[in-house]
Design a protein. Structure first.
Length: 126
C-alpha cells in the first residue's frame, strides 16, 4: 500500500506526530480538526456556530489540498463537549453537504484539545 501525506497552510498545521490527512488507495483520511484559525493558530472567537463552521472550513481546506471536496465525504465523526449543540451541527452540516449525506457519528466527550468545544474528522473517497 502506498500512502501520501497531505499538508496545506489553509488549515491549521499538525501540532504533533500526525498528518493533516493521508491518502491511501483512493481514500482520504482527514485528521480531527478543531476550530483553530489557520493563520493565527488560535481558537476562533464566537458562538458554537462560528466554531463549528471553522471546523468544517478546516476539513474542507484539507480535502481540497488532497484534490477533492468535503462534499465527497463518506464518513464524518463529530466530537462535542456538549451534545446540546447537536442541532447546530446538523444545521451547519446541511450547508457543507448535499444528499446523499455522509455517514456520521456524534460523540459526547469530556474535553478536547486546546479547550475546544467541537472537533470533527472525515473520510473521503477520491
Amino acid at each position: 500500500m502506498s500512502k501520501k501525506a497531505i499538508q496545506t497552510s489553509a488549515a491549521p498545521a499538525a501540532i504533533g506526530t500526525y498528518s493533516q490527512a493521508i491518502v491511501a488507495n483512493g481514500t482520504v483520511y482527514v485528521s480531527g480538526q478543531i476550530p483553530l484559525d489557520p493563520d493565527s493558530g488560535e481558537l476562533v472567537e464566537g458562538d458554537i456556530g462560528t466554531q463549528i463552521k471553522r471546523v468544517f472550513d478546516n476539513l474542507a481546506a484539507v480535502a481540497e489540498a488532497a484534490g477533492t471536496q468535503l462534499d465527497n465525504a463518506v464518513k464524518i465523526t463529530v466530537y462535542l463537549t456538549d451534545l446540546g449543540h447537536f442541532a447546530t451541527v446538523n444545521e451547519i452540516m446541511a450547508t457543507y453537504f448535499s444528499e446523499p449525506f455522509p455517514a456520521r457519528a456524534a460523540v459526547g466527550v469530556a474535553a478536547l484539545p486546546r479547550g475546544a468545544a467541537v472537533e470533527a474528522d472525515a473520510i473521503l473517497h477520491l
